[in-house]
Design a protein around this ligand. Structure first.
Ligand SMILES: Nc1ncnc2c1ncn2[C@@H]1O[C@H](COP(=O)(O)OP(=O)(O)OP(=O)(O)O)[C@@H](O)[C@H]1O
Length: 400
């Protein structure tokens, strides 16, 4: 591993990357960094770099520029960390991709026959915090897209998810390799609002929403053979003990996952193998964590969450006391407590549809007039909200 000091502002430098090595880069909070490919081929989490064009890397991003066959890349700007590593688990990851691809081909070939064999792989990626789950999901999705598939990405991580804002679970079809800068496309996500960043606040509600999302996808797959064959890649939370473990099992069951990829933890892998051995159609596969995955402390995680809420479609909540039935709806009075909260706008038409409805988007409360019972909010687009039901959780956000 060759490591270099962070570069001085404005200086550009080149790296000759040998076959199957990667340049790992951590970008600071406010310093811009650009990268370009000068020769050979290289990719960022499964998406190929365009030749010659400068690509701006967003602040705070931590990434690897990996090459299968060798490449020269140039960096321009300031980074906090940059070094080249030649030991990576990428070959094992791409081998998994090849197996998944074979299953997609077989699923497509059996379209029109029985439903079970026309179902492509349903992959769930599990592992402790900072084991590289999200990065592996990205690679598997982007490699599948490169091959012409349109897999569905499901993100069950309510803390550090990458489809929408924290406190939600969501799914979206991925039709093109994921843009290294823009991230997951946001045109068509199906989003369910949980309203908290940890599942133990209301684990029953979390489970109900996971089931609803799984049911919605099942309905979509039954009418769309193409996405059924492409299958899904499911990202999970980094909580793998106790209730966290129970929720992983629940997710495997709810989505009918048939490939479980376990990143970086022997214990979790053997526990899952043991408990799933009664299901011969479920493969549990252990994979090594990449040495490049960057550990994030609680503060960094909180910052990352609040940063995601600044994204165009944002919003977050406050909650009521737990009650006997954890999925019972509680009406929230208009009070100052709502100020600076992000509320989810439900698609529900009637109150009894609220739990089972996905959300249209989010609004951010900027003012409360208690006398007139009036809420002023920021919304991503003008006009009326698609429903009169707004949902509240425990997530807060102050512009800072
Ligand atoms: N090979 C690599 N080189 C450099 N940075 C990497 C590499 N792999 C992952 N990272 C970075 O490390 C951080 C953690 O990785 P990732 O988000 O994939 O982990 P995770 O297991 O999904 O985390 P969490 O449990 O918090 O959701 C991310 O910022 C990611 O971009």
């Amino acid at each position: 591993m060759a490591s270099g000091p962070a570069a001085a502002p404005g200086s550009s430098r080149q790296f000759n990357l040998a076959k199957e090595s990667e340049l790992r880069v951590e970008v600071g909070p406010d310093t811009p960094l650009r990268v370009r490919l000068l020769s050979g081929t290289a990719e960022i989490f499964g998406t190929e770099l365009p030749p010659e064009n400068w690509l701006s890397i967003s602040p705070r991003q931590k990434l690897a520029i990996f090459t299968w066959n060798g490449a020269t890349v140039e960096l321009d700007g300031v980074s906090e960390v940059e070094y080249v590593a030649d030991e990576t688990p990428m070959v094992s990851y791409v081998n998994v991709h090849a197996i998944l691809d074979g299953r997609r081909v077989r699923a497509k070939a059996s379209q029109g026959s029985d439903k079970d064999s026309s179902q492509g792989p349903r992959v769930i990626v599990v592992g402790p915090m900072d084991s590289g789950k999200s990065s592996l999901c990205r690679m598997l999705l982007s490699w599948a897209c490169k091959q012409g598939w349109k897999p569905t990405f499901v993100d069950l991580d309510i803390g550090q998810g990458s489809i929408t804002i924290p406190g939600c679970i969501a799914a979206t079809p991925i039709e093109m390799p994921i843009d290294a800068v823009e991230g997951i496309p946001l045109e068509m996500p199906i989003v369910y609002f949980y309203g908290h960043t940890t599942p133990n606040v209301n684990a029953e509600l979390y489970k109900v929403l996971v089931k609803e999302l799984a049911r919605t996808l099942e309905r979509q797959f039954s009418g769309n053979a193409e996405s059924r064959a492409a299958g899904m890649v499911i990202n999970t939370m980094g909580w793998v003990e106790g209730l966290g473990y129970e929720l992983l099992l629940h997710a495997i069951e709810a989505f009918d996952a048939n490939v479980v990829l376990v990143l970086g933890q022997e214990k979790l892998c053997s526990m899952l193998k043991e408990v799933l051995k009664s299901k011969p159609n479920v493969d549990v596969v252990k994979l090594h964590k990449s040495g490049g995955v960057v550990l994030r402390n609680a503060k960094v995680r909180q910052k990352a969450r609040s940063f995601r809420i600044r994204a165009p479609r944002s919003a977050l909540p406050i909650g009521a006391e737990p009650v006997a039935d954890p999925t019972r709806l509680v009406a929230v009075n208009i009070s100052r407590d709502l100020l600076h909260l992000v509320l989810a706008v439900s698609y529900a038409e009637e109150p009894d549809q609220i739990i089972s409805s996905n959300v249209a988007g989010f609004v951010y409360v900027t003012d409360i007039d208690i006398q007139r019972k009036k809420i002023t909010y920021l919304a991503p687009c003008p006009g009326e909200l698609p429903s009169k039901f707004l949902m509240v959780g425990t997530l807060t956000w102050l512009e800072g």
